[in-house]
Design a protein around this ligand. Structure first.
Ligand code: OXD
Ligand code: MN
Length: 585
């Protein structure tokens, strides 16, 4: 492998000195290397080979039972001044972080191989792209990074002799929670991860680089790193509109990105550009362009079925690494919510134990995952690797709210849209450790992923587009409204196209809406319900604004904003005042 970058060589030398591996392997990203690593992973029990006739190139991995989701409590932003991390991040003094976790890294690779994984977030040669080098002791990490990023020689070539890169160090260690740390040093462009093997904590290009470090770089360099899917919607006239959407973890981003339009929308097509992360920049023409920096999907398996997301299912039928799902007796995979008639009579569960449906236990972990190459997705957009990204017409914010938020509404403008993002709230899911189903404020779905003070992040949002006629239009959606018995009021999945269709027509000035206290809401007749079995009352209910309930929401918003004290941008304050005014006393 050709390595011309002196800083990269120096970094690896330093890490060898610190961690004392038995051997060092620079990963070139070749097929030959993949085959070798897969064989070694199977030999050492890291991966289990699945039925290669049914699932060519697919493997199964099981994590330690105490290591199944992102551990936000153990995730830190280590900048020199505590106030720069802001009140929503865990902060640790960088010197202390380097010293304490550095002590754990000492000799930590003894008896192990050090893999050096150069990778690019974004297509090679794109002006959006950023290079990282992850040093890890885990073959699982190498093989996942191979799917999730452009990895190997291609990244060293992009780096050249003196290119800059994010320095990423990971050691699986003994997986003890006491020592587990996910540390970000934005001022040093460095990430350290110790004592975890769970994807979100160890595939350092993803949440750590492409969101936490990238959000910090983006603020300095005048662009945006967001927790958003990107899709392209083609309508029956063949016109294509690009949309980005932010939802908290495990709220259906992958499903929305791969939506299949209902039969009553002939000629419509949704194509996927990304399911989790969008980097957004202003183009030379003043429009906002979005690009997915990842090369694969690290999707939540449970609930993925032929009905909910046939495209995701098809994507995972080859060259995929499954984590913590059920292995069936014929070497296939299964998880809860895979659909009717799929449940095996017997299998091996995510804990590696015999399992039957009668056991009453979940066979797959609720946060079990697939890591699959994006290029295998049947609905991948031909534009997904365009180096300049795609022009965005709309940005959607959404959450999981049983009550309150209507199916869809449009902001009055960019600042109000930023406010809608900043006041996003959602019921928690299994993607992070902690209680499930509790309402938490999750601005722009970035609470776990913003690498600096969120008040400054809101300010950056305002700065990016205030008074800019080219700014994407901003909408808020909620697919999850329930009646008093807990039944969903909106069918969701493919029928969400009906909402996207209204949004696209709104962007073109071709759809009606009524102005309300919270924004522009479609009248029931503005939504195309052809072929949909929904009553007028239900539609009216999910398109209505309960002013008293919204008033009751304000103290929670104010309490959340109070955390930021004087740093909260005046534009956000003005928006909350304006909302109060519109809701009346
Ligand atoms: C993810 C997450 O894995 O948000 O995408 O947790
Ligand atoms: Mn995510």
């Amino acid at each position: 492998m050709e390595i011309r970058n002196k800083a990269a060589l120096d970094l690896v030398d330093q890490m060898i000195e610190l961690c004392k591996p038995d051997q060092v392997v620079w990963c070139d990203g070749s097929e030959e290397e993949r085959n070798k690593l897969q064989d070694k992973a199977v030999e050492t029990g890291v991966l289990d080979k699945l039925n290669q006739e049914k699932l060519p190139g697919c493997y199964l991995h099981r994590t330690d039972p105490n290591d199944v989701a992102r551990t936000e409590k153990l995730t830190f932003i280590c900048c020199r001044r505590k106030e720069d991390a802001g009140p929503t991040n865990n902060w640790m003094d960088p010197q202390r972080a380097y010293a304490e976790t550095g002590a754990n890294f000492v000799d930590s690779f003894k008896g192990r191989t050090m893999y050096v994984v150069p990778f690019i977030m974004g297509p090679a040669g794109s002006p959006f792209s950023k290079v990282g080098i992850e040093i890890t002791d885990s073959i699982y990490v190498v093989l996942n990074m191979r799917i999730m990023t452009r990895m190997g020689q291609i990244a060293m070539d992009q780096l050249g002799e003196d290119g800059e890169f994010t320095k990423c160090l990971h050691c699986t260690g003994d997986l003890s929670i006491e020592k587990r740390r996910i540390l970000h040093f934005p001022e040093d462009n460095t990430i350290w991860s110790f004592a975890s093997g769970y994807g979100g904590n160890v595939l350092l290009g993803k949440k750590c680089l492409a969101l936490r470090i990238a959000s910090y770089l983006a603020k300095q360099e005048g662009w945006m790193a967001e927790h958003m899917l990107i899709l392209g919607l083609t309508d029956s006239n063949g016109e294509k509109t690009y949309i980005a959407a932010a939802f908290p973890s495990a709220c259906g981003k992958t499903n929305l990105a791969m939506l299949i339009p209902p039969e009553s929308f002939p000629g419509y097509k949704v194509e996927t550009l990304g399911d989790d992360i969008a980097w957004i920049r202003k183009g030379a023409d003043g429009r906002f362009y979005a690009l997915n920096p990842e090369a694969g999907f690290f999707g939540v398996a449970p609930g993925t079925s032929k009905k909910s997301n046939p495209n995701a299912l098809a994507t995972t039928r080859s060259n995929t690494i499954f984590t913590n799902v059920v292995k069936t007796d014929d070497g296939d995979v299964w998880w809860e919510g895979m659909g009717k008639d799929t449940t095996p009579a017997h299998g091996i569960d995510w804990l590696g134990k015999d399992w039957t449906p009668a056991s009453g236990e979940k066979g797959a972990h609720p946060n079990s995952r697939f890591t699959a190459p994006a290029c295998q997705c049947p609905c991948i957009s031909p534009d997904w690797e365009k180096p300049e990204g795609v022009p965005l017409s709309a940005i959607l914010f959404g959450g999981r709210r049983a009550k309150l938020a209507p199916l869809v509404f449009q902001s009055f403008g960019w600042n109000h849209g930023t406010f809608l993002g900043a006041t996003m709230a959602s019921e928690t899911t299994a993607a992070a450790t902690g209680a499930v189903g509790v309402v938490r404020r999750d601005p722009m779905a970035m609470i776990p992923f913003c690498g600096y003070d969120m008040a400054d992040y809101f300010g950056h949002w305002i700065e990016m587009a205030k008074d800019d006629p080219n700014a994407p239009k901003i909408f808020h959606v909620n697919w999850f409204r329930q009646d008093d018995e807990g039944n969903f009021l909106w069918p969701g999945f493919g029928d969400n196209l009906r909402v996207l269709d209204w949004i696209v027509r709104r962007c073109k000035g071709k759809a009606g809406a009524k102005e309300t206290a919270i924004g522009y809401i479609p009248n029931p007749e503005d939504i195309n319900t052809d072929g949909l079995d929904i009553s007028r009352e239900t539609l009216e209910e999910i398109l209505s604004v309960d002013k008293e309930a919204w008033k009751a929401e304000i103290p929670g918003m104010e309490e959340f904003f109070a955390k930021f004290g004087d740093k909260l941008p005046k534009e956000i304050r003005a928006e909350i005042d304006a909302l109060k005014e519109r809701l009346g006393k």
